[in-house]
Design a protein around this ligand. Sequence first.
Ligand code: TRP
Length: 455
Amino acid sequence: MAGKREKFGGRMAVILAMAGSAIGLGNIWRFPYMVGEHGGAAFVIIYVLATLLISLPVFLAEVMIGRRSHSNARDAFARLSRQHPFWRRVGYLSIIIPLMIVSYYSVIGGWSVEYFFKACSFSFSEMAPEAASSLFVNFVSSSWMPVLMHLVFLAASVGVVAGGVRAGIEKFSKITLPLLFLLIVVILIYSVTLPGAAAGVQYLLHPDWSELTPRTFAYAMGQSFFSLSLGMGAIITYGSYVKKEENILVTSTGTAISDLLFAILAGFAIMPAVFAAGIEPGAGPGLIFQSVPFVFAKMGVEVPLISSLVAIVFFLAIIVAAMTSCISLVEVGVSFLMERAHLTRGRACVLLFVVCGGVGTLCSLSFGPLAGVQVAGMSLFDLMDWVCSNILLLVMALLAVVFAGFILPRRVVHDEFTSHGRYHFNDRIFPVVWFLIKWVAPIAVVIIFFTNFIL
Ligand code: TRP
């Protein structure tokens, strides 16, 4: 049975597939606004450290669990623990988390769709730069448009999962992802030359440690997990497609570094524009939708045609990046409903559309008419995101490293990490990796998890 599973072609194919899952709204939309809300450069530094010391070991653990078990996230824990009742249940969490994320991720996907349409009608290149941020505020508070766009985005993603044109979308993303990278560099160059942009660069380079709170750690680690698609079975599943002889240290580090780079580039593209436009860095989830149009509007004064073109392609690329992520998250729920509840693919898709569409609608309205509905000082959208990123992802990631560090025998982890002794360098650094997986990552996650609540 295991032999029938498809395998990724070569090393580059593995890195590209994993980076494709990792790079999405998490890098372009979420990272910059997290930086703005949690203290600028200090957050960036902690984020980088968290990625290298905690997320990378978790990533390796998930790849190893996947490759060893040859199965999806839910069955992986069950199989490798020989059907231990606790680990059999753990898999369910990895069904619920993706569905919660789909609900609010597609709200942001919807905003991108709206901005794509706006770009197509040359709205940005022809508007006064000062109007950029009020455009966003008017849009999100207008209640029904964002809800409609959210449903359009969700329907398209669920439709792809139902209709199976997925391979097409994913091929398309191989073009749009590098394009997005390129356009971010273009925006970055333009953005740092805007008058007043220097303050934004300063903000990213000079840590103000007084801004640091214990919670910053929780948000930085949550961001890192979210961005690397950890803690929800995605990397376990990808791991199961990796060949036995592949060097997972190289593929994992490659993925983590490209994800990190993408986020940091996005930060340097957005923050200077935020300062140049006089937007508050802590403005929240709308940050890129306020600052990027400002850049396009400024550019529009000088080179209207180029500005419009860049805007159109930029938002299209964001939609595709968001859609590939959304598709893989929806697929988790659909395959579960098909196998366990014996629903047909079509019915499972309809059910998920209704549930995620409903929850997402509430999240979307929390930027407008439902803004007053707050739980612990958070809007519904912020609450959903907080519960997922700062709680559930941490719990799942913790379970994965504990599983690799304490349930799997050291010999098995060593075999996986070195591809059965094939890679000498991996063999030499194994004690360090083992120490990170077994002690550093779990203890750090537990400490950070609790500071979330206590401090
Ligand atoms: N990592 C993706 C991003 O940065 C979002 C994401 C989180 C994801 N978990 C996932 C994508 C699981 C695919 C599968 O936007």
